[in-house]
Design a protein around this ligand. Sequence first.
Ligand code: FES
Ligand SMILES: [Fe+2]
Length: 336
Amino acid sequence: MSTERPRFPLPRYPRGWFQVAWADELAPGDVKPLRVFGKDLVMMRTESGVVSVLDAFCPHLGAHLGHGGKVVGESLRCPFHAWEFGASGACTKVPYASRVPNKSSIPAWHVRERNGHLYVWHDIDGRAPEWELPEIPEWNSSDWTPYIRRDWVLKTHNQEMAENVVDTAHFKYVHGMKIKPEPHLVESGYPTLNMQTRTIMETAMGEVGGELDVECHGFGFSTSRFTGLVRTTVIASVTPIDENDVHVRFSFTVHTGNGAGVARGVGKAFTAEIARQLEEDRPIWEHKRYFERPMLCDGDGPFGLFRRWCKQFYPDWYAQEAEEAYKKAWDVAEVA
Ligand code: FES
Ligand SMILES: [Fe+2]
């Protein structure tokens, strides 16, 4: 057993909806391998446009369907012996057999196509979706620019990235903001957390004062709406890949009320600012440890409320197991 104290004594794969692609990355007829939640999956879009995400390995002799699999009409054909599977994962055809074997279907994942994104539901206990993600009115609206997209792979944990929102002190000391933002309303439930903050954004176009309205839906999806000189929205998606990495995707959009030229300029400056902040956070996130009992002070943000909200997305048994493994590793390290 490793005697090293784990960086994150937290369950790695929380419950929720997680973005696995921008929708137009999967055209009709496309098949792609997918690595999320420490698992190998395959995603495909049938000829008629139905999106399906399945476990990757063919039940026949184990070929990975994402490497060489082909869409044939509404089915996915295995590259090895041409068995075919429908969007539900059911085996629909074995071209050289007189009948399809029983129990030959592949587990299918719950998928949603919304907001120009593809999302997959994850629950470690295999339960069906417990909530739906909201429709984002900015998406596909003539009053808002098309998304500007950015993505990163980071060595951190979903909860650590989400904690950025309540860590008000770091905005001054990491991101160089002149004043420490003060959240003036926090509401939390299942699965949402809301926070409004009066703040000043430093942008290439100068300082812009305004209101930041953040809404999280579990750990996978959040919207940050900045109402300042020009209204801007970022949809942030964080998807666990495996024990080490998360895939972060940001979709930025800007209100076009002040003209397309202004929106383009603000969009560029805003995206650069958020990307700069993420790069400033990166070395801290990628090397820090998660303390369950951090030494907080009265100037810190609402960490307690935030962490209570977080617990809802981990099954009790799983959280317990992670806690025990953590304690064990820590005791061994202490003795050594
Ligand atoms: S391994 Fe898929 S058809 Fe044989
Ligand atoms: Fe940050």
